[in-house]
Design a protein around this ligand. Structure first.
Ligand code: ME8
Length: 637
């Protein structure tokens, strides 16, 4: 069977500033996808780059008194070094000022001219320089002279110029037919619907050249015009792999069409409507899938260069390192939704998911084995029922994980994998292998081997997200990640017959040191003895269902719970009841919580509420529960 190919792209970024967390996010998703397909044995190609022409760049350059080319040149190294810092393993970096790109873009426009899909007329209307968009009458706010841009809200400018139009309206039906036949063309579904309604509302012909802007690629046979920046920018996805270059036809045929094109929801119209129409007109295949992700927000606002609220990936890297940030972005942000960036969440993920759940497990198994002089761990010939159950679970996990990854639902894949990591921890602890070492050598060896096998599977699956750390983990087990395989089956996951040669390595993940403010937060405040009714109504008491409950590493007091508050969402709450309850006693139960308490840090983790308990006989604390089941999130009064 011929090796499958996988071609993934990111948007090409406007180089008016250094990259920020939003640009890192799209680029990281492409890297994770590339690595996932590489892991499955496919031949992969990952393209990213920079969008360097147009009025926006020309204006930004002029403001700092630079020539546009010198201006863009000054930013490109910052992109390349940020991507390197985060182990972004792109195959090619396209710049739209590159010569082959200029020729390829002109070639595409020539195809549309030859087809008779372009005509000359004049454009009178508004233009948003920041989005490089013609704001049509349909989009404009009625009655405003120069309406704000419907996408970014900035003021538009009035434009009146001779222009070439592309007959976009002629493609309306063809596009609708294509969407109907390819319902998964855009993921997630909500975005597909958004695009459908835009096209159904009627498409107008699109202006595709400018005469009042010079910084761009000359229009074929009419250099007074430059090609509209979006037309040539979109073309990067094909020029970078050889389009318009006769000596690169084979390369182009190998990679095109793209398998996944990643973009943020701001630019879906360009990718989901204009781009397919250009490709149809040029007689080229359409990309197989557009993956449209939501915004990373700061304080509920989109993070963007122009709002000046951007998080610098370089600073995050300096404090938390490559893989922790990669993991956080993939796990915390649901791809189909906007997500708020928070240092608290990032640190909590590092402490609990990475350092506690994963790093400690590796450290414990290796330390314990080596302490008992077990360096080479052979797989036992027969396994006990508990180990077989764990192995069977690893089969399920690999299947579920693969389905989520193929679906580009990274957060779901990781959530599923962490359920397994919790199970491996539970298996390890339940066997108390530190006692077995003296009592039952055979079972001791079995527990060490089963844990190592589980860790081997976990490390392979996690490699696309945290490549360096997972290579270190595998090294500690005496395993290598080899890339001479053709299918995921060749990786021999979940087949528990491997031998491990253990080496102690430094802790995989360090818990972040709490900052001064966090230490202050942990202090208990003493309540005043009398309060007024206003004070009482200030306290929001609600019913929630504990959907997950688990112990907290190194704490003999705390239990960590996920609590469902209905419309308020699911929150993490820590409660000091471990002495009185096992996690299983509370999972699935309803209880009463204070839900408007300022989030507090405990053992480096954030608690987003407080569970009410009462004293009972023998000084035992008991959870306060409603006498009958109440809707999640309902308020007590
Ligand atoms: O639009 N959250 O470039 P651009 C998540 N040059 N992703 C974000 C983000 C945020 N807060 N902010 C930006 C352009 N992005 C054009 C693209 S492609 C042919 C031309 C990401 O520098 C997201 O992918 O404004 C968004 O679509 C892209 O950066 C916009 O980058």
């Amino acid at each position: 069977m011929a090796q499958k190919k996988f071609y993934v792209t990111t948007p090409i970024y406007y180089v008016t500033a250094k990259p920020h967390l939003g640009s890192l996010y799209s680029t990281l998703l492409a890297d994770v996808l590339k690595r996932w397909h590489r892991l499955k044995g496919e031949k992969t190609f990952f393209l990213t780059g920079t969008d360097e022409h147009g009025q926006k760049i020309a204006q930004a350059a002029q403001q700092v008194g630079k020539e546009p080319k010198a201006f863009v040149d000054s930013f490109v190294p910052a992109y390349k070094s940020a991507w390197q810092m985060f182990d972004i393993n792109y195959d090619y970096f396209v710049r739209t000022t590159d010569d082959y790109h200029k020729k390829g873009a002109q070639y595409l426009v020539q195809q549309l001219l030859d087809k008779g899909d372009i005509y000359k007329d004049s454009y009178e209307g508004w233009y948003c320089v920041s989005c490089e968009t013609f704001v049509t009458e349909k989009d404009a706010q009625k009655g405003t002279v120069a309406p704000p841009c419907p996408s970014c809200g900035r003021p538009t400018i009035e434009v009146s110029e001779e222009t070439y139009f592309f007959k976009l309206s002629a493609y309306q039906e063809k596009l609708l037919e294509f969407y109907r036949e390819n319902p998964n063309f855009v993921a997630p579904k909500e975005r597909m619907n958004e695009m459908l309604s835009f096209v159904q509302a009627g498409l107008k012909d699109l202006s595709i050249s400018r005469t009042t802007v010079q910084w761009g690629i000359p229009f074929p046979n009419d250099p007074k015009h430059i090609i509209y920046v979006w037309v040539e920018a979109l073309t990067n996805y094909i020029t970078a792999i050889g389009y318009g270059q006769p000596n690169k036809q084979k390369e182009f045929d190998l990679w095109w069409p793209a398998d996944v094109q990643i973009l943020g929801k701001d630019i879906i119209r360009f990718h989901g409507v204009f781009w397919p129409a250009f490709l149809m007109a040029a007689g080229l295949e359409l990309p197989k899938r557009l993956l449209v992700h939501g915004w990373i927000k700061i304080d509920k606002q989109k993070m963007s260069k122009s709002l000046g609220n951007v998080v610098d990936p370089v600073e995050l890297h300096a404090r938390y390192g490559t893989d922790a940030v990669r993991y956080y972005l993939c796990r915390q942000m649901a791809i189909n939704q906007d997500g708020d960036f928070s240092i608290g969440d990032l640190e909590q993920r590092i402490s609990s998911d990475l350092a506690n759940d994963l790093g400690n497990l590796l450290n414990r198994v290796v330390t314990l084995a080596l302490k008992n002089n077990l360096v080479a761990v052979d797989a036992p010939k027969t396994w006990s029922e508990a180990s077989i159950n764990l192995r069977d679970e690893s089969w399920n996990v690999v299947e579920d994980f693969a389905n989520h990854m193929d679906d580009c639902m990274f957060h779901l894949a990781l959530t599923r994998l962490w359920e397994f990591i919790h199970k491996v921890n539970a298996y390890f602890h339940a066997h108390e292998p530190w006692k077995l070492a003296q009592k039952d050598q055979k079972l001791f060896l079995e527990v060490i081997s089963a844990t190592c096998h589980s860790l081997r599977d976990i490390a392979h699956l996690l490699w696309p997200v945290m490549p360096k750390k997972m290579e270190q983990l595998l090294f500690s087990l005496g395993q290598n990640l080899e890339f001479n395989h053709d299918t995921i089956e060749d990786l021999d996951l979940c087949t528990w017959h491997h031998q491990f040669k253990l080496t102690q390595i430094p802790a995989l993940f360090e818990k972040p040191e709490p900052t001064k403010e966090e230490i202050m937060e942990e202090k208990v405040t003493v309540p005043e003895s009398h309060i007024t009714i206003d004070d009482v109504t200030k306290v929001e008491l609600r019913i929630g269902t504990i959907t997950e409950c688990e112990t907290v590493e190194k704490s003999n007091k705390l239990l960590r719970m996920q609590v469902d508050f209905g419309d308020l969402g699911v929150r993490q709450i820590l409660a000091g009841v471990r002495e009185y309850y096992q996690p299983a006693d509370l999972a699935g139960k309803q209880a009463v919580f204070v839900t408007n308490l300022k989030p507090r840090k405990m053992m480096g983790m954030e608690s987003q509420g407080m569970m009410l308990v009462t004293d009972s006989e023998g000084g035992k604390k008991r959870v306060v529960q409603p006498s009958e089941k109440a809707p999640n999130g309902s308020r007590l009064s």
